[in-house]
Design a protein around this ligand. Sequence first.
Ligand SMILES: *[C@@H]1O[C@H](CO)[C@@H](O)[C@H](O)[C@H]1NC(C)=O
Ligand SMILES: *[C@@H]1O[C@H](CO)[C@@H](O)[C@H](O)[C@H]1NC(C)=O
Length: 335
Amino acid sequence: MLFRVPRRFSYSSVFVGLVIGCCFYSFFSQPSSSKLFAQSNDEEKLVVIDTFTDDDFNNETGADGFIVPNIIHFIRFEKFQLNFVDYVVLKAAMRNHRPDKFYYHTNIKNVTFEGKYWEWVKNEKDLWSRIEVKYLEAPTEIFGQKLSKGWRFFHGSDIGRIRVLMQYGGIYLDNDCFVIHSLDKYRKFECVINWDERQFLGTQTVIAHKNSRFIALWLESYKDNYHADKWYYNAGERPTTEILVKQPHLIHRVKGDFGAGTGVSMNLYTNPKFDWRPLDVIHLLMNHRSYLDKRYNLTPVFDENNIRTYEYPFGDMVRDLLDIHPATTPSSNGP
Ligand SMILES: *[C@@H]1O[C@H](CO)[C@@H](O)[C@H](O)[C@H]1NC(C)=O
Ligand SMILES: *[C@@H]1O[C@H](CO)[C@@H](O)[C@H](O)[C@H]1NC(C)=O
């Protein structure tokens, strides 16, 4: 999920939730083609664990080796083309974490890798060879309860990430999560989630084994209890209050290091002194800047040209990632 609200709802947070619900996705479909997938060579062996029990598994020390496959999952309902920030997010995950695979889960059956940024990706052999597309149904209901009409693709993506993690295990990232450091250290736990003090859990970055007990309970918790009218009830509030508060040992709790707090993200666009480097991931909140505060959104759409001179920390982050030097003249061939 994109946004966490404080435990005590205020009207403004409900409003923000509503607005997020209405403006995050743009809906358009893509024409078709197919892609042959090369295998990358550096897939490593995992320690195999089939079930977790309280006696065997310690949420502080984790397993002796990696138990979570090195796959990064993105969900892209209704929209497959990349924009500049999508490209940046993919590059950051590649450079700073280096998964064996990127799985793009989409409900578009006949995807094509079209547009400038997919072209850039295709030109980077090592990156391109790791990309796979998986069909993922955009749910219309959950345990017989119809999903909210207006939030279908948001609530659908909440459910989608649970299903993807239950099927494959791996690292789920929202489409605007910028990876800063390798996430390998979290791949020895049953489930890792950002849960800040006095907050609901943050679902922007979730790392889990496919048999994680928390993930299964989270899905279960939708039974007879889906609230179509609440933005973050089933994704955040209910799993926190009904599962985590009672059974905190089911996760390896991360506080802050996945950069899930809105107050953290906004520094990227306002605070020249903000240092994102100690974090492991930061949620860019890219599409929410406009209504949160117009100061955040002075550059509504980032691209490879305006990023050269963007003065706030997001500019440094991206220039460093793409090796862009502000003084050079813009080129049309990519960074
Ligand atoms: C892809 O699928 C959509 C809807 O399913 C269809 O409208 C479109 O024509 C298809 N495109 C191609 C190129 O097959
Ligand atoms: C591990 O589980 C205990 C409860 O058994 C909990 O108090 C603690 O916060 C958990 N540690 C981490 C790192 O999540």
